[in-house]
Write a protein that binds this ligand. Structure first.
Ligand code: IPD
Length: 274
């Protein structure tokens, strides 16, 4: 079929908005933890499952031959070569506590199932509480609510606002705290806002100068990384590797290299003790 990046981008936006409406209107007064995953602090709510089910229903009716990779239900195969990579609520802990930073993240990628080898074609991140929606298409730029966005120009690290996030594993967190000891004294300040997808979009919009995080899953990363890239960011890993689960760093190219140097020296792409 004659699939275009513009068409995929429009569908990604529709998916993110429809699931966002479900999550916003369906939020009970007291959200309960339905289950825990990798650790006691890695939580899932009933709404994570409902939101993913809605996204899957729409994808199955609009693009029945595409594969899907979702945070809650995992992978389902397709035949078209395209995969929808979906996070039904990115920032679940914020959703649980009613802290405003949580989002639906929807990306569509081409290529093999290995995230290191695929190409993100289009993506949308819908911030549920304030309704802001970022979208991007490969080679077609990034927008916030339809208006083009661009990263801040590179400035000195000492005056850069840096977002980050932490994994759910206690040993990893101990090491992430040690890395923070190296980063915090060298930057303007740190923000840990709680949704990787939104953090990457905030880099795209200039509300963060830089962002880094170890341990991101493809559904946290895919849409926001394309938005940041299309807004002029360099999105990379450490030691010449691509952004991914090992490490993701994003920001204006000139600023990213300074942060990369600190993170490499700090061993931020490992969980090891120093
Ligand atoms: C999490 C958020 C958080 C990041 C974690 C992610 P989830 O996603 O993006 O900001 O620090 O690494 O797992 O679990 O809320 O979808």
């Amino acid at each position: 079929d004659d699939v275009t990046i513009a068409g995929l981008r429009a569908l990604a936006e529709r998916l993110a908005r429809e699931a966002g409406t479900l999550v916003r209107d369906g939020r009970p007064e007291h959200v309960e933890v339905a289950a825990t995953k990798s650790s006691a602090v890695d939580v899932v709510t009933a709404m994570d499952a409902e939101s993913e089910a809605l996204l899957r229903r729409i994808i199955a009716s609009e693009r029945p031959d595409d594969a899907i990779l979702g945070e809650e239900e995992g992978a389902s195969a397709g035949t078209s070569g395209l995969t929808w990579v979906i996070d039904p609520i990115d920032g679940t802990v914020n959703y649980l506590y009613s802290v405003a930073s949580y989002a639906i993240s929807v990306a569509v990628v081409a290529g093999p199932p290995d995230p290191a080898e695929w190409t993100v074609l289009a993506g949308a991140v819908h911030s549920i509480v304030d309704g802001r929606t970022w979208t991007a298409g490969l080679g077609a730029g990034a927008t916030l609510d339809g208006e083009p966005v661009a990263v801040n120009p590179a400035g000195p690290l000492a005056t850069s606002l840096v977002g980050t996030g932490f994994g759910y594993d206690a040993d990893r967190r101990r090491h992430q705290a040690q890395v923070l000891v190296d980063v915090l004294p060298q930057v303007r300040d740190i923000r840990r806002l709680g949704s990787a997808a939104i953090d990457l979009c905030l880099v795209a919009t200039g509300s963060l100068d830089l962002y880094y995080e170890r341990g991101l899953n493809p559904w946290d990363l895919a849409a926001g990384a394309l938005v940041a890239h299309e807004a002029g960011a360099r999105v990379t890993g450490l030691r010449g590797r691509a952004a991914g689960v090992e490490m993701t760093v994003a920001g204006a190219p000139g600023a990213v290299s300074d942060l990369v140097a600190i993170l490499e020296a700090s061993g931020a792409d490992s969980d090891g003790t120093r």
